[in-house]
Write a protein that binds this ligand. Structure first.
Ligand code: SF4
Ligand code: SF4
Length: 248
């Protein structure tokens, strides 16, 4: 996003809409006129300031960026669509619809690590640190996730070096692993949290047992880990399939 300094009157209306705090006030060279500018390294191209239509002088304008800068908009602007996955925004189709019917086999857990929020964003070099730490455990990264598509090596978790300095509003790492890895994965996430400059939240999901027990909850309880069974997650609303008296 950019601001046309010649048209901007420095009213500050756009400032309050910026998700990254990337809009600043400055004075023109001649000293008196105050106008705003966008710190383009911090801007994630979410387009919210522009779409809010608050600018009285139409000074905000969007740029069609080339690769790799273009990925900021594809991850951060919900009106953008990833060319590879045809899914707008951050995650897979299941992330959007919450419908994960038949996605998870018994004995496995799925996890989504949602990195970055409005106000902080996430540099992809931090996503790479998480990818690398998890790759050592042998988790399987979701192939249809747009962030997975930026990996140069799915075995090591290295990302395409062209993208690691890019910043996005938020991005989701999605993966699957055997239930035995739930605690090792959570331990790794706790460790890597100390090494990154952003926040993340974790959604953990598993197919319910035939007695409707939640396998991941059992693991968490056994290891005395805090969790919220009914917390807001972007995963988890599969349909129950009834076969006779049991569930499939
Ligand atoms: S596009 Fe988003 S991050 Fe960039 S200046 Fe506008 S609101 Fe801020
Ligand atoms: S709303 Fe428009 S005129 Fe006001 S500070 Fe922002 S860019 Fe400048």
């Amino acid at each position: 996003m950019r601001i046309d300094a010649a048209k901007c009157v420095g009213c500050g209306q756009c400032h309050q809409f910026c998700t990254m705090g990337a809009i600043y006030f400055t004075r023109s060279d001649k000293g008196s006129k105050v106008h705003c500018f966008v710190d383009e390294d911090e801007c994630v191209d979410c387009g919210i300031c522009f779409r809010s239509q608050v600018c009285p002088t139409d000074s905000l304008y969007q740029i069609n960026h080339d690769w790799p800068r273009s990925i900021r908009g594809t991850f951060s602007n919900p009106l953008s669509e990833h060319k590879e996955t045809r899914v707008p925004g951050r995650g897979t189709e299941e992330m959007k619809t919450n419908d994960i019917t038949n996605r998870y086999k018994r004995g496995y857990a799925g996890m989504a690590a949602e990195m970055g929020r409005p106000g902080t964003g996430a540099r992809l070099r931090d996503a790479e640190k998480v990818f690398k730490s998890l790759a050592k455990l042998g988790v399987e990264f979701e192939p249809n996730n747009p962030l997975t598509g930026l990996l140069a090596n799915k075995q090591t978790g290295e990302m395409n070096p062209e993208v690691v300095n890019e910043k996005v509003l938020s991005a989701i790492i999605e993966m699957v692993f055997p239930l035995e890895l739930v605690i090792p994965v959570l331990d790794v996430m706790e460790q890597v949290a100390e090494e990154i400059d952003t926040v993340f939240s974790i959604d953990l999901v598993a197919r319910v047992d035939e007695d409707l027990a939640v396998p991941t909850a059992k693991v968490m309880e056994k290891h005395e880990k805090w969790f919220s069974l009914n917390g807001k997650t972007n995963l988890g609303l599969g349909h129950l399939r009834v076969k006779g008296a049991g569930l499939s």
